[in-house]
Design a protein around this ligand. Structure first.
Ligand code: HEC
Length: 120
């Protein structure tokens, strides 16, 4: 009887030990590759320039009223995505959208990002 109690106790101690070990392991690192963090500076929007860039580069996929066609509607994108998400999307493209990194200057991307971020 005493032997059983003792071995039961040992098993319990082991289980508890393993539990402590597992719970103290560091959490698994995030596996999804993240783009480097960006902060988009708040600059006054040059509406004319943004409009111009939009017409030349984006209208064909997002529509003349931002209503969307091949690409999603952008007329309320500022309420859906953060400025940083908009910026990264324009810079890196993806999901059927071409990247504009290199095709537009940094300032142009920031300008059109701030312009779109106001569309809520
Ligand atoms: C060749 C077509 C095409 C062009 C040109 C294009 N886009 Fe897109 N865009 C897309 C597609 C398709 C998506 C959706 C991608 C997805 O679902 O992941 C998208 C997504 C986006 C999104 C995210 C919208 C959301 O609701 O998730 C933003 C912001 C955006 N585009 C901005 C722009 C801007 C600004 C330009 C011009 C500089 C531009 N796009 C040019 C096709 C295009």
């Amino acid at each position: 009887m005493y032997k059983w109690l003792l071995s039961g106790l040992i098993v319990l101690t082991c289980v508890f030990g393993v539990y402590l070990l597992v719970s103290s392991l560091p959490p698994k690192a995030e596996t999804r590759p993240e783009l480097p963090e960006v902060t988009v500076p708040d600059k006054p929007v040059n509406v004319n320039a943004a409009d111009q860039i939009y017409k030349q580069n984006c209208l064909s996929c997002h529509g003349d009223q931002l209503q969307g066609s091949i690409g999603p509607q952008l007329s309320n994108v500022g309420g859906k995505l953060s400025k940083e998400e908009i910026y990264k999307r324009i810079q890196k493209g993806g999901g059927g959208m071409p990247p504009f990194d290199g095709r537009l200057t940094e300032d142009e991307i920031i300008n059109i990002t701030n312009w779109l971020a106001d569309k809520k």
